[in-house]
Design a protein around this ligand. Structure first.
Ligand code: MUF
Length: 238
C-alpha cells in the first residue's frame, strides 16, 4: 500500500521572511494607474489597441526590472548574469503576468477591456489561441498572490538562459525559491498533492509561448507596427 506522505511541512522563519519580501516587491511593482486608465478610455481601433498594448508592455518591462532587483540575492549575482536573466525571462514573465492579470476579474472591467484589445490588436489567430489557452490553464489554478510572486521569481531565476556564466549561483537561488513554493503548495492546497507539479508544468507551457512570441512580433512588424526602444532592447527586435 502507498503510505500517504504525511511529512511535517514546516516553513522556517527565514523562508517566511523571504515570502514576505517577494510578495511586497510583487505588490509594490504594478504598472502605473495612468497607463491602465488610458486602456479603459481610449478608442478601439486595431492601431490604437496595438499602441496601448505596446505602452502597457513597455511599462511592464520597467516594472519587471524593479521587481527583479528586489528578489533577495539577485543583486549579489554577477552583473552580466543579472542582465542575461532579465533578457532571458522577460517574455515568459510578461506572459505569466498577463495570465495572472487576465484570470482575475476586476470591478473596473479592466480584464474584459484588456482581453478585447488583445483580440483586436492585429495579432494573428495562430498566436491568439495558444496564448488564451495558457491564460485559461493559469486561471484554473486559482493561485494565491504568494504563489504568483514566487512562480514569477522562479521563472526569472532560470539558470539555463543564454549567456548565463555562473550557472550554479543562479541554480542555488532558484532552488531556494522552489523549496519555499513547494512547502507553500503543500500547506495551501493540502487536498491537491499534485498542485506544485501542476504549477511547474505551467513553466514548461510558458517556454512554448516564448517561441510563438518571436513570430508574433515579426507578424506585427510586417504590418509595420513599431515597438518602443525598451521592447526592442529586451526582446532583441531590430
Ligand atoms: C503580452 C502583451 C503585452 C503586455 C500585456 C499583455 C496583456 C496584459 C498585461 C497586463 C499587465 C499588467 O496589468 O500588469 C502588463 C502588460 C501585459 C502583460 C499583452 C498580451 C499580448 C501583448 C503582446 O505580446 C505585445 C507585445 C508587443 C507589443 O508592442 C504589443 C503587445
Amino acid at each position: 500500500t502507498t503510505k500517504l506522505s504525511k511529512e511535517k511541512v514546516e516553513i522556517t522563519k527565514e523562508q517566511r521572511a523571504l515570502i514576505k519580501a517577494i510578495l511586497d516587491a510583487y505588490n509594490r511593482h504594478q504598472i502605473p494607474q495612468d497607463v491602465t486608465k488610458k486602456l479603459l478610455q481610449e478608442q478601439y481601433s486595431a492601431e490604437e489597441n496595438f499602441l496601448l498594448l505596446t505602452e502597457v508592455a513597455t511599462s511592464q518591462v520597467q516594472v519587471l526590472v524593479e521587481f527583479t532587483k528586489n528578489i533577495p540575492g539577485f543583486l549579489s549575482l554577477d552583473r552580466e548574469d543579472q542582465i542575461a536573466l532579465l533578457k532571458g525571462s522577460a517574455v515568459e514573465a510578461m506572459f505569466l503576468r498577463s495570465a495572472q492579470v487576465l484570470s482575475e476579474k476586476k470591478p473596473s472591467g479592466y480584464t474584459e477591456v484588456l482581453e478585447e484589445r488583445i483580440r483586436k490588436s492585429g495579432m494573428s489567430e495562430e498566436f491568439m489561441t495558444p496564448m488564451f489557452n495558457f491564460y485559461k490553464s493559469i486561471g484554473e489554478l486559482h493561485m494565491t498572490q504568494e504563489e504568483q510572486a514566487l512562480l514569477t521569481t522562479i521563472t526569472i531565476l532560470t539558470p539555463d538562459r543564454p549567456y548565463v556564466k555562473s550557472h550554479e549561483a543562479v541554480e542555488r537561488l532558484q532552488e531556494t525559491m522552489l523549496d519555499v513554493l513547494r512547502k507553500l503548495c503543500v500547506l495551501q492546497h493540502p487536498q491537491e498533492p499534485q498542485y506544485f507539479a501542476r504549477l511547474l508544468g505551467r513553466l514548461t507551457e510558458l517556454r512554448t509561448l516564448h517561441h510563438y512570441h518571436v513570430e508574433m512580433l515579426t507578424s506585427w512588424k510586417t504590418n509595420d507596427h513599431k515597438f518602443t526602444p525598451l521592447l526592442c532592447e529586451i526582446w532583441d527586435v531590430q
